[in-house]
Design a protein around this ligand. Structure first.
Ligand SMILES: [Zn+2]
Length: 299
């Protein structure tokens, strides 16, 4: 048994330390491998250090190995603790996310009553640095409001012609790449829709490119797009906030609102026909925040 030799990696593992710790310690202590074996692989070659059990036993008794092993245990322990804490945190997040719909439902009398707050939530999501990921939800909210008819003040179609893009290879002179046209991308028209809604006396204006919409709205006016984006700065929302704002919008659009029965075609809006008059939870003022203010609710 005593003649059995092990590699440096196996020796380090036996001592409970890393191979680099092992190499540092045996050199510092003046030990040398019990056997050195050379290896060849193709044109490459090298030495393999092998260790006898007797040498490892002697090294195991040194203060350096003992300390290195303790350091390693502490470090691994701390890493494991961090991992456990991170997993617990993720589980808590998941649980609170799962409770979100119930919490939101408890705040409002009905999805309809949450609509103005949901519009505020979408206002914030739309300005968040991660607005693109809420595009689909924005389209669904727009459609929900549009289909109910009573909320829509106006829909405008904005169009803009993008100029042709010059070929970058020849700067417009013509080359093989552009078939001598000098043009990389021909000019094209891009369209978007501008929706103006009034919900519970609050005005919301949203713009959505035509390709993002799942329906074709009836348009009151068409005009050229001045190319200006939404005003105001972008918001860096923490992911928890994004989740709760999205859950609020999901709740508000979870029940379709029946469009009003046709009375006449004029655009009077004094008759809030068919729409529920419930506003917010027990009038604590939380849901009817100021214009475009982000609604606060516990998460
Ligand atoms: Zn070209």
């Amino acid at each position: 048994m005593g003649s059995q030799l092990v590699t440096t990696e196996a020796a380090a593992e036996k001592l409970g330390i890393s191979p680099s710790q092992f190499s540092r310690i045996y050199r510092a202590r003046g030990y040398a491998p019990d056997h050195v074996e050379s290896w060849h692989y193709g044109r490459r070659s090298g030495d393999r250090h092998l260790w006898a059990a007797r040498t490892l036993a002697a090294l195991a008794r040194t203060r350096e190995v003992r300390e290195a092993r303790e350091r390693r245990i502490r470090r691994d322990g701390a890493a494991a603790e961090r991992r456990v804490a991170a997993e617990a945190h993720a589980r808590r997040e998941e649980r609170s996310r799962a409770r979100l719909p119930g919490k939101i439902a408890a705040l409002f009398a009905s999805p309809r009553a949450a609509l103005a707050s949901a519009c505020d939530a979408m206002w914030a999501l739309n300005r968040s640095t991660d607005a693109k990921s809420s595009y689909g939800l924005k389209t669904r909210l727009i459609r929900h409001l549009y289909d109910a008819e009573v909320f829509t003040d106006r829909v405008e179609k904005l169009s803009r012609t993008l100029p042709p893009r010059e070929c970058w290879e020849c700067d417009g002179d013509g080359c093989d790449r552009c078939y001598d046209t000098g043009v990389y991308l021909p000019g094209r028209e891009v369209c978007s829709y501008l929706f103006t809604f009034t919900v519970d006396g609050r005005k919301f204006v949203w713009r959505q490119p035509d390709f993002a919409l799942t329906f074709e709205p009836e348009v009151e006016a068409e005009r050229p797009d001045d190319g200006r984006g939404p005003s105001g700065e972008t918001l860096a929302l923490p992911s928890r906030r994004v989740w709760s704002l999205r859950a609020l919008v999901e709740y508000a659009i979870s029940e379709p609102i029946a469009p009003p029965e046709p009375v006449d075609a004029c655009d009077e809006e004094d008759d809030d026909h068919g729409a529920s008059t419930d506003v917010g939870p027990s009038g604590d003022g939380r849901t009817l925040a100021g214009p475009n203010e982000i609604v606060a609710f516990p998460v």
